[in-house]
Design a protein around this ligand. Sequence first.
Ligand code: ADP
Ligand code: MG
Length: 261
Amino acid sequence: MAKIFCIANQKGGVGKTTTTVNLAAGLAKVGQRVLMVDLDPQGNATMGSGVDKRKLDLTVYDVLLESASIAEARVQSGKLVDAGCGYDILGANRELAGAEVEMVELERREKRLKNALAQVAQDYDFILIDCPPSLSMLTLNGLCCAHGVIVPMQCEYFALEGLADLVNTIKQVHANLNKELAIIGLLRVMFDPRITLQQQVSEQLKARFGDKVFNTVIPRNVRLAEAPSYGVPGVVFDPSSKGAQAFLAFAEEMVLRINSQ
Ligand code: ADP
Ligand code: MG
């Protein structure tokens, strides 16, 4: 049965999508069966996995409105399969922005994704959900079906402050909607060890959250930022780059963490 993880942080531009696609590719590379769900109407995780969001017939939008199943809507990317890092993709595009409003009237609206995933959970070892930068109905759908949340964060001054809101939301979802939900870990991303402030915030994180902070640190690395314009994760674009190596190490750390639970 698949382990389901949300990659969430209500801030934009903190590295959620980069984490999602590189972890998906890294897990696929070590033989894990992975489904990547794009829950952000920007569709960056879809494009960054080599799938053109404008050409999709069915997306996660259709799944949330129950007009398609995941088995019907999931696609693959030839580029990733050729690279030995193939994972399934439930894509998103702008249409998803309307789902929020359309779902207001519907019953069980926060459990739509959970119900849909239950039908394909046996096909995968990992399901990774790339959340939008908000604590919206879309993110709530992700949190309702997840076993855990992976929180990518930059070690900057306001990082801890923003974290408090996310931790509260996760606590509420845990109490009211999903007893299984827990923070799996905080992932330090875009890290630059030469910046003293980043080191200090990193130490604060470890002091406050202990082993909830992943051992792996993702460095700031331009190859990771270049990869999306080629429609592949950095792990595929330049496997020997420092950023790709870090994400491969992170994939191994995730597998170990899950197996030791
Ligand atoms: P989010 O999904 O949280 O909005 P993204 O993953 O899209 O964040 O990252 C925001 C920007 O930062 C993107 O342009 C991405 O390519 C870049 N980026 C993410 N991680 C790194 C990194 N480790 N090194 C360099 N650039 C990065
Ligand atoms: Mg994103």
